[in-house]
Write a protein that binds this ligand. Sequence first.
Ligand code: ADP
Ligand code: GLC
Length: 414
Amino acid sequence: MHKILFATSEVYPLIKTGGLADVAASLPRALLKLGQDIKILLPAYPGVLENAAMTGLKDIAQVDVEGYSVSLKQTRLPGTKVVVWLVDIPQFFERPGNPYCGPDGNDWFDNHKRFYVFSRVAELIALDRLNLNWQPTIVHCNDWQTGLIPALLSLHIKRPASVFTVHNLAYRGLFSYQAFAELNLPAAFWHHERLEFYGQMSFIKGGLVFADYLTTVSPSYAQEIQHPEFGCGLDGLIRYRNDAIAGILNGVDTEEWNPGTDPHLVCNYNRRTLANKTKNKLSLQEELGLTISAEIPLLGFIGRLVNQKGVDLILAQMDQLVSQDCQLVILGSGLPHYEQALRKIAAQYPTKVAVTLGYNETVAHRIEASSDIFLMPSIFEPCGLNQMYSLRYGTLPVVHAVGGLRDTVFEETQ
Ligand code: ADP
Ligand code: GLC
């Protein structure tokens, strides 16, 4: 049995912007079931505190870190036995918007400080300096927000082992030299073999350089990021760490994503009652103002509206799509130019194309259940979860053969 501190910047259902939140919930749950002693470490954003108050919240430590007063609070992941420790630093986390940017969509000006101090708290817990009577043997870090934790731990001889998981290499956590100088990090870290990256500081390099072991979220992506096309300028470093990296496919939470019990659906179904899937389709068509018909193929898309997800490919094929007898249901939020383009198309073809902008968990589940075909034409995809949800919901995923998409969707050849 290991004691594992799982550091992450989002966890479903407390706070979510993407797949990291799903995995940060399902993996610790699965590890707990396997008998591991795991605790999640998460920033205490306002929505998280609100959510956690319903589950139960208690203060477990109070400490000054880098001049900030930090209180550590304990709760549980709703509906589970997984313990979550919340790092409450009001100056940093009591803000509107999402974990990384304000309501205007711009990154917070002090993200480097926010996630540095969060990482310092993780370091103190890892070294058992907060009198919590619990010291991890493994610190599991996820993506750039937690990249400095292995770097900070490397400064201590007696320390737990660290694992760093790359969920998306494209987000490298880049900041200026000025930002580096504002943090209390050793000057020696400003070096291209440590945190420096072409004249900037990269948080993700902290994980890639200093963690004892690296993982990424699919075997194909573990290979792809060792080549310039997908390596985001870090492929050389990852090749150098080749002996210490594994690609482990994400799993999905089969309770949360179960068409047989999914509370978001109009009608539940399973493999024996597949005909009931159509009831969801008819209801979604009605709800979204599309032509109501079981026969017209319904194509679904859910995702962050960014270049990664292949939105340009869908837009480029739009004329062809709308000229055929099919319907398109899109749910997403992201770059304004994608949102505008999609809004325009939906207005032009109201009975064929429905676009829901914003984040909506219920609509996401309904699209998975209602679609005949799920589109996931990502340009790169470290793992991808929606294609796996589609497989579970009897919805045919049509994907680009990259990363985790290639590792999870197979063509049947007779
Ligand atoms: P990524 O992490 O790159 O965004 P994944 O496929 O791993 O991609 O995970 C995306 C997760 O976020 C899925 O659970 C998906 O359903 C969800 N999601 C994405 N956009 C939205 C949205 N607009 N509303 C609700 N859920 C969304
Ligand atoms: C990232 C990736 C996505 C992956 C998710 C969870 O956001 O873009 O492919 O499924 O993390 O690991």
